[in-house]
Design a binder for this molecule. Structure first.
Ligand code: DON
Length: 575
């Protein structure tokens, strides 16, 4: 199935290649309404035909223009992903991976897994020293932390459903890299704060280190990245996974004990995963199956709270937060024990989301009683902080939901010298030693141990909703292990509390992940609720914002309403 998918991709690419010089055009000259040197953030807007919501205004505007030019949501998604790799380097990427969930206009669902994979030389104990102690830095910093990147292979697979030539879809990203764009204050801060790590972890200085004091309004030009993108434009998959780019990746490995080889790159394949579907109060929810934990977690948590009148409890009240946290505690205990790459570990997905299992898990739940994670273990099965999300819905009703990541902000802080892009530190999403927390405090065991070729367990939760079999919502967010909880809370805000998409996205969030046994609240969460929960016996922590949720919803009159999270530069566009 996957082979066929890729073969078709390569064939369609050959046709594209033959016409590349005719189709490549000066994108920004032809779309003068998009000015990379002067743009603004649009947080919420209703469009008649098609809309995009992403982490960056330029990427959203590019996606909207592609659809106006005759592309569909898949075309737009490719251009948005590639543009984000340029304008949002902290998480947008070609050196990372992700998941796409789509529902086409005929109702066909696709789960595309372009998650990074462990290199062939990877092994279970690769981040342990002679005494068996884990090294957090080797799985997070430098080339040793990188899984084999999947994003470019992913985009060529997405292209199966697209209408326009790949060479056209990559052109905006090339021009943004080659001629530059003006950076936001958040980006300037990110680049300044990470400068020392870029210089330490990479074999050579790069575009990000060209200045030591970036300011909002400065122009970031990325010539090496433009050349890499051109190689992909001209040579397709081989422009990244073979030839010059592959040589440069493998060379960069030597600087910090990386183990990715040319064979690893050439052998990388995206995979098709059957999406996970469930119903919640007349809404049909579709989300991502393992190797993401996200779909299972939201299916479990939403089914656990379904018997209760959450609407009556009210949003962010003591009653609704207590109930929702107790569901979080139980679901995340299962994450640690039962979830991993299904090609390497038998994940009991069906059981975990079955009505009987969910009922059993909530048997010991008593409203008003504070649970204890020490008393909650993973269920017995008898059966067998930077990522980015964007959502697109086009005029035909094709819906695309993509979450993509380098794992940490700016990944492993290693720029491939001469190729101009950052590598991921996704290997840290594996359980590097049973019971040892990763950078998100998540623990795991055998299900998520390192094996060559295996995909590390993810929390990314690109999600779609249909109502009465009609397209309704595309949504998702970054945020490590908080992702499934954010999506769960966002959906409850929309479905139970009848919030608008924008209000649901901006609402303050809370997070419990079984271990540590504490509820983390965003700083602006209603004080009264937090204080009562504390008085009731919950351990409480306060955190800055988590996530940046972006979504597009179809209104009852057919218009598309797009909303971008208040927490970032997230911005919407459409027509
Ligand atoms: O796949 C995962 O679950 C993580 N690598 C995602 C990382 C993330 O969301 C960081 N964002 N803030």
């Amino acid at each position: 199935m996957t082979k066929l998918f890729l073969k078709l991709t390569i064939n369609s690419f050959l046709i594209v290649c033959a016409t590349v010089s005719l189709q490549a055009q000066d994108f920004f000259k032809a779309h003068a309404q998009i000015n990379p040197y002067n743009y603004s953030v649009v947080k919420e807007k209703v469009f008649d035909h098609a809309a995009v919501s992403s982490a960056h205004p330029l990427a959203s505007m590019v996606g909207a223009a592609i659809m106006k030019d005759g592309g569909n949501a898949f075309d737009a998604a490719i251009s948005v992903q590639l543009s984000l790799a340029v304008v949002f380097p902290g998480a947008g990427n070609i050196g990372g991976g992700g998941f796409m969930l789509s529902r086409d206009k005929n109702g066909n669902l696709t789960g595309l897994d372009f998650r990074e994979a462990a290199p062939a030389k990877a092994h279970k104990d690769m981040y342990l020293d002679e005494k068996g102690n884990p090294s957090a830095t080797k799985s997070r910093d430098g080339a040793s932390a990188s899984g084999i990147p999947g994003s470019i292979a992913g985009m060529f697979s997405v292209h199966q459903n697209a209408k326009l030539a790949f060479s056209k879809l990559i052109e905006p990203a090339i021009e943004l890299a080659e001629y530059g764009f003006v950076i936001t204050e958040k980006e300037a801060k990110g680049l300044n704060n990470t400068r020392a790590q870029f210089l330490k972890n990479s074999s050579a200085p790069c575009a990000f280190t060209a200045k030591s004091n970036w300011k909002a309004g400065d122009t970031l030009i990325q010539k090496d990245l433009a050349n890499t993108l051109r190689r992909i434009q001209q040579n397709g998959l081989a422009g990244f996974y073979e030839g010059v780019t592959a040589d440069l990746i493998v060379k960069e490995m030597q600087h910090s004990e990386g183990i990715i080889t040319k064979e690893d790159l050439k052998n990388y394949q995206p995979k098709i995963r059957v999406p996970l579907e469930f119903d919640y109060r007349n809404h049909h929810i579709i989300s991502f199956a393992p190797p993401s934990s996200g779909g299972i977690l939201i299916a479990q948590m939403m089914q656990m709270i379904q018997p209760y009148d959450v609407q009556k409890m009210g949003a962010n009240t003591v009653a609704s937060v207590s109930l929702m946290v107790e569901a979080q505690r139980r679901a995340y205990a299962d994450r640690a024990e039962h979830m991993g790459d299904p090609d390497f570990y038998k994940v009991p997905t069906k059981t975990l989301v079955s009505a009987k299992y969910i009922q059993d898990r909530m048997k010991d739940y008593v409203p008003g009683v504070v649970g204890k994670s020490s008393a909650i273990k993973a269920g017995q099965i008898h059966e067998s902080e930077q990522t980015t999300h964007f959502s697109v819905i086009d005029k035909e009703g094709n819906m695309v939901s993509i979450t993509t990541t380098l794992n940490d902000t700016y990944g492993n802080k290693t720029i491939v010298a001469g190729a101009g892009f950052l590598l991921n530190n996704e290997m840290d999403d594996f359980s590097i030693k049973a019971g040892v927390p990763n950078m998100y405090g998540a623990i795991g065991g055998e299900a998520n141990s390192i094996q060559p070729g295996k995909r590390m367990l993810s929390s990314m939760t690109p999600t779609l909703i249909t109502v009465n079999n009609k397209p309704y919502l595309s949504i998702g967010t970054p945020g490590g292990t908080t992702i499934p909880n954010q999506v769960y809370e966002g959906l409850v805000n929309i479905i139970d509390h009848k919030m608008t998409l924008k209000a649901a996205i901006d609402a303050p969030r809370f997070h419990h992940q079984w271990i540590p046994d504490a509820v983390a609240f965003e700083a602006d969460f209603p004080e009264a609720t937090v204080n009562t929960l504390k008085a009731n016996g919950y351990s409480i922590t306060k955190r800055g914002y988590f996530g940046r949720m972006d979504g597009v919803i179809i209104l009852s009159n057919g218009q598309r309403e797009a909303a971008g999270d208040k927490r970032g530069d997230d911005s919407v566009a459409g027509y």
